[in-house]
Write a protein that binds this ligand. Structure first.
Ligand SMILES: *Cc1c(COP(=O)(O)O)cnc(C)c1O
Length: 377
């Protein structure tokens, strides 16, 4: 094929040329003089990017996001420990499943799909039992909901010896603000193939200093994912060297654009996708626009077949994601995370427009959001 297929997926996401080229660097000793400065620099920049406190560190593990979540749950608890899992969609369900698999006593606070959790409701549950940990999803990729993790963090910080606050920000950071020290987050998880613009294969587990003191070194079943050596910058097992080179270049790209511009760009993308869906006759699944995610937008397919629509779009040159779980037969998801600009999203939406009831108003609505955003800058 002469033209490329656009991907508008919430992972894997497009890999910029500069990142692709950086990953072509020759194989090298991961403990040698060529790689060591790269690894040190990546760890330092990740520390800043997650807004960790001085004693915090980021573990870069050869795994996926789910592996990072497993590490986050495995390292801080013993079987039987009570934890509260706040479930707002499929990824919240996954974290619960991980915690149950390791024998924790999991209470779930479940919110209907399409809604954000209410920090006050979470706090009243937190105050009812001495939990050792709270597990939440920052940006719920299955429902396109951005949860108020900052507000919950502020409320939790009022508790003396509060439970460990563990956040799945895999489709959040670095596209959406995340301030671990400022918001009192103890552990946050990310992955290379979303906003970090790299191929899949790295799980990032950022651990604040308070959580580092609570690491459980000897837990049955914990070996590869034991965080201590990773947090100390050692390579207990062979690192994914090529992906580290890619991540190093991706961090340069992120720094070149800057935090404020990156957050604003993703907010614009989220608005473009939601306005497109609304005008197209495929309304966004999120229950309130203010909960709408800047990185992924599930749209309702009212009387159609989402799988068939996705197949059709693929032949036109656009890949989008299907609905997850209960939404499999009623939604599709547009991803707009990482190396995606308004023109990329607009190009994808112009393909999508071929299968919607009202193509012209939909494209005009998306274009208007983009146009207004230019005025804001
Ligand atoms: C993508 C994603 C995951 C899973 O990541 P994998 O790399 O596929 O294991 C978990 N949580 C959220 C919020 C995600 O977006």
């Amino acid at each position: 094929m002469l033209f490329t297929t656009d991907i508008l997926l919430p992972g894997p996401t497009p890999v910029p040329d500069r990142v692709q080229k950086a990953m072509m660097a020759a194989a090298t000793d991961h403990r040698g003089h060529v790689f060591t400065p790269v690894a040190d620099r990546v760890r330092e920049r990740l520390h800043a990017l997650f807004h960790l406190d001085a004693g915090g560190a980021v573990a870069v593990i050869p795994t996926t996001g789910t592996g990072g979540l497993e590490a986050a749950v495995q390292n801080f608890f013993q079987p039987g420990d009570p934890v509260l899992s706040v479930v707002t969609g499929a990824f919240g369900e996954r974290v619960s499943a991980i915690a149950k698999a390791m024998g924790l006593a999991v209470d779930e606070l479940t919110v209907p799909w399409g809604e954000a959790f209410d920090p006050a409701a979470v706090m009243s549950q937190v105050n009812s039992r001495r939990y050792r940990g709270i597990l939440v999803t920052h940006n719920e990729t299955s429902t396109g909901v951005l949860n108020p993790v900052e507000e919950l963090g502020q409320a939790l910080s009022a508790i003396t010896d509060k439970p460990l606050y563990i956040v799945d920000s895999i489709s959040g950071v670095p596209s959406i603000p995340l301030d671990m020290a400022g918001w009192g987050i103890d552990v946050a998880v990310a992955a290379s193939q979303k906003g970090f613009m790299c191929p899949p294969g790295l799980g990032l587990v950022a651990v604040g200093s308070r959580a580092r003191q609570k690491l459980e070194p000897a837990r049955p079943g914990l070996y590869f994912f034991a965080l201590t050596p990773y947090l100390e910058g050692q390579f207990p097992y062979t690192p994914a060297v090529s992906l580290w080179y890619g991540l190093d270049e991706a961090l340069t790209l992120l720094e070149e654009e800057g935090e404020a511009a990156r957050f604003a760009r993703h907010r614009t993308l989220g608005r473009m996708a939601r306005q497109f869906g609304m005008a197209a006759g495929f309304p966004p699944k999120v229950r309130r626009p203010e909960w709408g995610s800047p990185t992924v937008t599930p749209l309702t397919i009212p009387a159609g077949n989402p799988a068939q629509i996705r197949r059709q779009l693929a032949t036109y040159g656009l890949q989008i994601a299907g609905g997850m779980g209960a939404w499999h037969h009623e939604a599709v998801r547009i991803g707009h995370v990482g190396a995606v600009g308004p023109s990329d999203l607009f190009a994808g939406l112009s393909i999508f427009a071929h299968v919607v009831p009202h193509p012209a108003p939909a494209l005009e609505a998306a274009w208007s959001v983009w146009h207004d955003a230019l005025g804001d800058n």
